[in-house]
Write a protein that binds this ligand. Structure first.
Ligand SMILES: [Zn+2]
Length: 528
């Protein structure tokens, strides 16, 4: 079986892995690339996915960097089944419609710009119609159930503790009468996540693809983050200014609402207006409230006691642009929760433009801020930023609070890795900025006997079930055999890579031949 890394390698977006053997081709996730223009170019060349020849997409969760290319791939011919949990399906319906709307707006803007310089109009990556057309391919599955994909491959969705419905995947594959197992972590949640249940653990696997979004960092504790959030709110109240919370519509928004409700209940915060200024976040909150079966025990108890975990008496929903704009005319302190989480789009940009220059205003950054985004500039302490082609001075206080992250931090990832028992486990570190993934790989290498690598974009890895070894081998021999197995996989990967290359230069051929001869000699030397 082969895995080709089509995305989320040495970067955080575009999660997608193509898995294939003679009978079956399927994807694990089908995410949108976001960030630089170079990165976004990857969204349009899907020929290597060969959508019409894919039988399945196994979808870990509804974040757009994991599901955002699905409408496009369906448009390009995918007719298989998209397997995911029920909550993921429901969240995808709002996320993908929203994403389609953004694609249409972007294309419209670019088309107008092109027209002025006499260039051709631009087609959106996909339209709302394309998004609507993809929903009929979704087939929700139960977590923990064994799902056969073909006579020799089956899979299982398990709780990843990240956002509502998020799962990691266990994939079992048979080859020559032996069984191998590969795990795709999807995105892993924190220990003691605020709302959703704690992630499951895995003890047995031969291969693991693990996310590393926060692979080089530790989060502050949730308790510290709560204290900081409360302090920011009180500071905003003291100056009579707004407290802006840029938040991802799914998960982060609900965690903030959950926390604000607790502050109110415990009398820690006066009853100032709270605006949820995001139609997407409003819909996501409704989906959360419909699915307590994914919640952790304390949140379920809360609901059993008749409380609505995400509801505040003074909460105001802004669905229309007019309602959103009206917030700017409201005097006095208030909390505004709006998307996008990285401040690079959405209604939060308007609120930032109106408030960033005001001393006493508070901006509370609670999520990951990718390189190149407005949110990242604020975190990095920019004194001036450009919003809607206007220069805006940053006089507001910027708070960076890490504890509300829906992602495990380095220690939590290592704790989860620590449950894997097989010393021959081969780990591929994915879904992190390049330096983060490399740093995390180094830490794993130091702490565990596992073989670790950080794959490149489009790299193909060969996966084989473990050899059945005679009983009574020493752990040292086991370890050496595992290294050999990893080497074999690497050799296969290189062979496949070479097969795909045309016109190899003569000098390069000589170089490769020399290297192979040297490797052969080294191997011979090992037997002495
Ligand atoms: Zn995610």
């Amino acid at each position: 079986m082969q895995v080709t890394c089509l995305g989320a390698t040495r970067t955080v977006t575009g999660s997608c892995f193509l898995i294939e053997n003679e009978r079956l081709r399927f994807l694990v996730d089908c995410g949108l690339f976001q960030g630089s223009r170079e990165m976004e170019k990857r969204n349009v060349s899907l020929s290597r996915y060969r959508p019409a020849r894919l039988q399945y997409i196994l979808l870990t969760h509804a974040h757009i960097d994991h599901c955002g290319l699905i409408p496009r791939i369906v448009k390009d011919g995918f007719r298989g089944k998209i397997l995911c949990t029920q909550a993921t399906f429901e969240l995808c319906q709002i996320m993908l419609r929203d994403s389609a709307h953004i694609q249409e707006m972007d294309a419209e803007w670019q088309t107008r710009k092109n027209a002025r310089s006499g260039q051709k109009p631009v087609e959106p990556l996909y339209t709302l119609e394309d998004a609507e057309a993809c929903f009929k391919y979704f087939a929700p599955v139960e977590r923990e159930a064994d799902i056969p994909l073909s006579p020799d491959i089956r899979c299982r969705f398990r709780n990843a503790g990240h956002i509502l419905g998020a799962s990691f995947l266990e994939i079992f594959f048979q080859e020559q009468g032996r069984e191998g197992k590969v795990v795709f972590s999807g995105d892993l949640g924190r220990q003691d996540a605020l709302i959703v249940g704690e992630k499951e653990i895995v003890e047995e696997a031969d291969y693991l693809f693990i996310e590393s979004t926060y692979g080089d960092r530790l989060h502050k504790s949730l308790a510290d983050s709560r204290t900081e959030l409360l302090a920011a709110i009180h500071e905003g109240i003291k100056y009579g200014e707004k407290i802006l919370i840029p938040a991802f519509a799914v998960a982060r928004t609900q965690e903030v609402l959950f926390t604000l409700r607790e502050f109110l209940e415990q009398g820690q915060m006066p009853s100032i207006p709270v605006f949820l200024d995001s139609p997407l976040a409003i819909s996501a909150t409704e989906i959360f409230a419909r699915h307590p079966e994914y919640f952790n025990a304390p949140t379920v108890r809360l609901m059993t006691a008749g409380k609505a975990p995400f509801d505040l008496p003074q909460l105001e929903y802004s669905r229309t642009p007019e309602e959103s704009m009206a917030i700017n005319h409201r005097e006095g302190p208030g909390i505004i929760i709006a998307a996008s989480g990285m401040c690079n789009a959405g209604r939060i940009k308007h609120h930032l433009k109106h408030n960033l220059w005001r001393p006493g205003a508070q901006v509370v950054i609670i999520g990951f801020q990718a390189e190149g985004t407005l949110g990242r500039s604020l975190v990095n302490g920019a004194k001036k930023v450009r919003i809607f082609r206007e220069e805006v001075a940053v006089r507001a206080k910027i708070h960076t609070i890490g504890g509300f992250s829906a992602h495990a931090d380095q220690q939590e990832l290592l704790n989860w890795l620590g449950h894997f028992k097989n010393p021959g486990l081969q780990v591929s570190v994915i879904h992190g900025e390049e330096s983060t993934s490399l740093a995390f790989a180094e830490v794993i290498q130091k702490m565990f006997p596992f073989r670790v690598q950080v794959p490149h974009w489009l790299e193909t890895l060969s996966l084989a079930p473990p050899e059945i070894r005679p009983a009574g081998l020493t752990p040292e021999t086991e370890e050496i055999l595992a290294l050999f197995a990893a080497l074999e996989g690497r050799v296969q990967g290189l062979k496949d890579y070479l097969k795909g290359i045309t016109g190899l230069k003569k000098a390069r051929v000589r170089e490769i031949k020399a290297l192979l001869k040297k490797t052969e000699k080294d191997l011979e030397g090992m037997m002495k």
